[in-house]
Design a protein around this ligand. Structure first.
Ligand code: AR6
Length: 522
């Protein structure tokens, strides 16, 4: 082991490929059957100008039900002698509420609450706004810009029919498809989420229309006050402050791509002859900071964004707070299946942070100077892959679970061409989801080898894992171990673990013993 420790097969960070260091050019922006673009493509390609595209607006299961649709109706009884049920478009009332807020110089939390409840009268006695109220109360006067911000959010929300003029398709389970929209369109959609205008999206019980989608209306962010909510609201309000500032240029595009692989597209792990690829390991730094420009892994929930609108505050939620444009993915991304992932290209980073979980703090604004690609998207690429949540830790040492995780990682990692950046990842699935860090690191190394991409692995302060991983990588590379061989070693480890109920040995010790039996006894 000493010799293994001394020499390392790991790469330098500068050896890894980044989007920012590439010279290859994208073809001009195009739309297709599976790629919906919500801005006018010819105008963008000719003049570089972003204007909303006109198109069919739909009301059905395949598209986002927009609050301004004629089909979004509210009914009320009318007539005294012979009561009948009459309906009118709900947007009339939303428009009225929001415009009256937008006309005011300052708006209180109470007034925000009243508007949201008028838009959602069914929830009058169900929703509370204690978190929003406590938040505004606890922020010192000199930093308390919220009463002047609320009218601006309302003014932005009310522009929805002008800014989004074509139906937004749902990214549905089982289908590869993408949506490109402008940052301004995203800001307007999120302003609507703030005022909870999206119809049919409040009931998420089993059997309800949107039970397989994440929530999007912000109601749950406004209730159940906690220190966590305070810091989350600081980040979200800061986003709205920037996007409603007239001097701020919000002129980029963002693409959301759902990728779905068929079983036949998945590797046959048992006959994969690839050897391990480049690996850079570090215990300092983070995926989103040092990994900017690479394909950054979001340790996701199958319902994208996880607890972002509730009290969740780990890697995915933090990522969504720093880059709030990611939140709009919840509007149209159905729950991810085992063979699916979501890749988001172009979001802007608005905030900085410190801490994690209960110690998370919003640490101020971030000026994003990341380069743009030819589609005016920031060269920031985020890959959402959801690990399995192991309530019982032993479950993960079963080959069907391991294969599921290998396929999930591969679905996100495989690239289209040589220009794809390498991957920035870390302890995927090893926090809230209780995965074993050694197993998960190996799974990601195998998937990256198969996808022919390098990995930057951020252990997030875990120095033991950094050393263990360096040593095992060195051994595997120097012995030329293939993905197939690793898969078979995993099978053997699982059988051993099962026979002995609990493994006596860590996975890496086991592999060391199997790959180089004599040296491991030193
Ligand atoms: N960079 C590198 N490593 C990190 C970072 C970072 N920025 N942040 C955390 N880690 P976790 P999971 C390390 O628990 O287990 C959410 O609610 C840190 O050591 O976020 O896949 C989602 O919505 C941490 O313990 O990921 C899902 O529902 C470890 O990564 C669920 O949590 C795992 O981070 C996913 O849980």
């Amino acid at each position: 082991p000493e010799r293994e420790q001394d020499s390392s097969s790991c790469s330098q960070f500068s050896d890894l490929k980044k989007l920012t260091s590439q010279s290859s050019k994208l073809r001009s922006l195009t739309f297709s059957k599976i790629h919906t673009v919500l801005i006018d493509v010819p105008t963008f390609n000719k003049e570089g100008r972003i204007k909303p595209v006109e198109g069919n607006r739909f009301w059905g299961a395949d598209h986002v039900k927009m609050p301004f649709s004629q089909c979004n109706e509210i009914g009320k009884p009318s007539g005294i002698f012979k009561p009948t049920w009459t309906t009118r478009p709900k947007w009339e009332s939303i428009d009225k509420q929001l415009k009256s807020l937008a006309r005011m110089k300052q708006v209180s939390v109470k007034e925000v609450e009243e508007a949201i409840i008028k838009i959602n009268p069914k929830y009058k006695d169900k929703w509370t706004f204690d978190a929003l109220a406590s938040f505004v109360k606890c922020i010192p006067k000199e930093e308390n810009y919220f009463p002047v911000l609320f009218p601006k959010i309302a003014a932005l929300a009310v522009r929805l029919p002008e800014l989004v003029r074509k139906g937004i398709p749902m990214l549905k389970s089982g289908k590869t498809a993408a949506i490109t929209l402008s940052q301004v369109q995203i800001s307007c959609l999120l302003a609507n989420a703030f005022f909870c205008t999206f119809p049919h999206r409040n009931m998420l019980k089993p059997g309800s229309e949107y039970h397989s989608y994440p929530s999007i209306n912000f109601s749950s962010l406004f209730w159940k006050w906690s220190e966590r909510k305070k810091e989350k609201l600081r980040a979200i309000m800061h986003y709205f402050k920037v996007v409603t500032d007239k001097d701020n240029k919000l002129d980029g595009l963002v693409t959301f791509e759902r990728r779905c692989l068929e079983n036949t597209d998945m590797p046959d792990w048992k006959s994969s002859q690839e050897k391990l690829n480049k690996l850079h390991i570090r215990s300092d730094g983070s995926i989103e900071t040092e990994g900017a420009g690479m394909l950054q892994v979001d340790f996701a929930s199958s319902l994208i964004g996880g607890g972002i609108l509730g009290s969740g505050l780990v890697q995915e939620e933090i990522l969504f707070l720093l880059n709030p444009e990611l939140i709009v993915s919840r509007l149209f991304t159905e729950k991810l299946g085992d063979n699916e992932c979501l890749i988001i290209t172009g979001t802007q980073k608005f905030s900085m942070y410190s801490g994690f979980g209960d110690s998370f703090e919003w640490a101020g604004p971030y000026e994003d100077h990341l380069e743009r690609d030819e589609w005016c998207r920031r060269k920031r690429q985020i890959l959402a892959i959801d690990a399995l949540n192991f309530k019982d830790g032993k479950e993960q040492f079963k080959m069907d679970c391991i294969t599921r995780e290998l396929n999930k990682a591969y679905c996100g990692f495989f690239g289209r061409d040589d220009g794809d950046p390498d991957i920035a990842t870390g302890k995927w699935g090893c926090g809230a989801f209780h995965g074993d860090p050694q197993l998960k690191a190996l799974i990601q190394l195998m998937a990256a080898a198969k996808a022919k991409r390098g990995l930057a692995f951020f252990t997030f302060g875990d120095e033991d894992l950094q050393q263990d991983l360096e040593r095992i990588h060195h051994l595997l590379v120097s012995e030329g171990v293939t993905v197939e061989k690793l898969y078979r070693l995993l099978e053997k480890f699982c059988t051993t673990t099962r026979l002995h109920a609990v493994s006596q040995m860590s996975l890496f010790d086991f592999i060391r013993r199997e790959v180089r039996p004599s040296r491991s006894q030193l």
